[in-house]
Design a protein around this ligand. Structure first.
Ligand code: C2E
Ligand code: CA
Ligand code: CA
Length: 523
């Protein structure tokens, strides 16, 4: 009992450890996979922004270049110059205003007028890169309620509306975009969303994580200005969980398939098929004895299978063979073996017969009788030397069984009903199918039952006599059973009292030895 519990605990502990190992592995795989997928997603977004020519750096560059070619030597901006700046602002929706300072200090705005000054904060509030500075401003010069980045370079000023810029970029929901200089952040993120609080950027193109973000930095067209595209960290976590569940299901399915496959290959049926095909099944013979003379009149062929040095019980592998449709192959191999043994060792035993057990599938097999005929012909074995044993279970479809059994009988074989009396329709059976021998199941003649005056086996013996059928008592184990059998005229018997099953050589030797002592009262 304790050992059983220990085995159970061991089994569950093993299963638990295996699940934990698979779970941990899946969790790490899901983490790496999720990071890779997010990195790919952010890279794709960046590529798309670039392909659409809307990546902010590119846009700012274009504007700066266009205004850089401006002639600033005049006293005032001409109407054409005002129109040029205004056009530029019109072309880029996210540029709210642009202004150029002439050499004399006057500042011409895209509004078509001069402005007195541009309020740019102190140098410390600006991010300066290669002479271009970026300042996140509240934009009070223009309108009070908008958030701007003022980009300035060589007295050219561009007010970028951060919200419009982002709308224009068509950035997927949840994605945040920032421009970062080497010494600070110039954010083009929507109002209300603070810049990423990053300590240091990871290598370009590689995924980095902050307490609440997951991001990738990409080189802009100006080397120092980097685009950082980010997603909430929860996106990574959600994806990781999704992948984890997927992987666990996949690993589970793989383990299940592996377990099933392993079970399949270690199943009795598969091993048995191999054994039959490799001729590893043996046929042993249990003698059938004449209770008057002690002579061996026949023997029952019983299959024997040893797997890795251990005998597999016949009823176990026979049931497996019947369930997996291997039984026909098995029966044929037994018949072949019996014929070979007969022609080698038993041919000289006069009037000797071997009984072969057949199953329902053999009886339904239309080619069975032909197969048997071809084997007896090949081995020059008289058909009368093979008796087929069928159980009631195998004769459920009595009509078609009768046809098959008649064919076998027509060839000269005899038919024995095995385990007679254990089925439901024993009596109707002997009426509808051709029968020569009844084998009384050993349960009926067991020690405690055999003496009964009204015991079932006595009725079976009487019916057999009335129908002129031979009777064989199976499983005779003690001498005490013999007088009872004799009293009902049962002349044939097999069982451990006489012999267990023997190899064919031992059987042949036994046949030519003096008759067995079958005296019921002998010591
Ligand atoms: P069965 O046809 O009733 O065969 C007799 C069984 O009783 C054999 O068991 C035999 O060893 C056992 N036996 C014989 N004498 C005694 C005895 O005195 N006392 C006891 N307790 N048992 C005895 P086995 O060999 O284990 O076979 C079991 C069953 O497997 C057979 O029952 C038969 O139905 C089936 N079987 C065996 N070989 C084949 C075969 O080649 N083909 C088919 N279809 N079935 C087979
Ligand atoms: Ca039998
Ligand atoms: Ca039997």
């Amino acid at each position: 009992m304790i050992a059983a519990y220990k085995a159970l605990i061991k089994r569950y502990a093993l299963a638990l450890c295996a699940s934990a190992a698979v779970g941990t592995f899946a969790w790490f795989c899901a983490g790496s996979l999720a990071k890779y997928r997010i990195e790919q997603r952010l890279t794709t977004i960046h590529k798309e922004l670039r392909a659409a020519q809307v990546e902010p750096n590119t846009q700012i560059d274009k504007v700066m270049r266009s205004l850089g070619s401006f002639d600033r030597s005049g006293e005032e901006c001409s109407a054409g110059q005002y129109a040029h700046i205004a056009d530029l602002v019109k072309n880029y929706r996210f540029i709210y205003q642009a202004a150029v300072q002439l050499e004399n200090g006057k500042i011409c705005s895209s509004y078509g007028r001069e402005i007195s000054s541009v309020s740019i904060g102190s140098a410390s509030s600006r991010t300066s890169i290669q002479g271009r500075s970026y300042e996140v401003s509240s934009g009070q010069d223009v309108t009070a309620d908008q958030d701007f980045i003022i980009v300035s370079e060589q007295s050219i000023y561009v007010w970028i509306n951060r919200k419009i810029l982002l709308d224009n970029l068509n950035i997927p929901q949840g994605v945040q975009l920032e421009l970062r200089g080497p010494d600070g952040v110039s954010s083009v993120t929507p109002v209300g969303r603070g810049p990423l609080k990053l300590q240091a950027l990871p290598p370009l193109g590689k995924l980095g994580t902050s307490p609440d973000k997951v991001y990738v930095a990409f080189a802009g067209n100006r080397d120092e200005l980097t685009s950082v595209i980010s997603l909430p960290l929860s996106d990574l976590t959600a994806l990781r969980w999704k992948l984890f569940i997927g992987l666990v299901l996949m690993f589970g399915a793989l383990l299940f398939i592996a377990w099933k496959t392993q079970r399949y290959y270690t199943s009795t049926a598969v091993r048995l098929r191999k054994a039959i095909r490799a001729n590893q099944l043996a046929v042993h013979y249990q003698p059938i004895v004449n209770l008057c003379t002690g002579d061996l009149v026949g023997a029952e062929a019983l299959s024997r299978w040893r797997f890795k040095g251990v005998s597999v019980p016949a009823d176990v592998f026979i049931v497996a063979a019947e369930q997996s449709d291997l039984i026909r192959e098995l029966t044929r191999s037994v018949i072949r073996q019996v014929a070979e043994d007969y022609s080698t060792y038993l041919w000289a035993c006069k009037n000797f017969y071997v009984t072969v057990n057949i199953s329902a599938q053999d009886i339904q097999d239309q080619t069975f009788a032909d197969f048997v005929a071809s084997i007896t012909a090949t081995y020059n074995m008289p058909a009368s030397a093979i008796v087929f044993e069928v159980t009631e279970r195998a004769l459920l479809d009595q009509k078609s069984a009768a046809i098959q059994l008649h064919r076998l009988r027509a060839c000269g074989h005899r038919i024995a009903i095995d385990d007679f009396g254990t089925g439901y329709s024993s009596l109707s059976l002997i009426e509808s199918v051709p029968v020569d021998i009844l084998k009384i199941d050993r349960s009926f003649i067991a020690h405690e039952k055999i003496a009964g005056k009204d015991a079932l086996w006595r009725h079976i013996a009487k019916i057999a006599q009335a129908l002129k059928l031979k009777v064989v008592a199976e499983g005779v184990e003690t001498r005490q059973q013999l007088p009872h059998l004799a009293s009902e005229g049962v002349l044939l018997a097999q069982g451990w009292l006489f012999s267990k099953e023997l190899s064919v050589q031992a059987l042949a030797r036994r046949h030519f030895q003096p008759p067995m002592n079958v005296d019921p009262y002998a010591e």
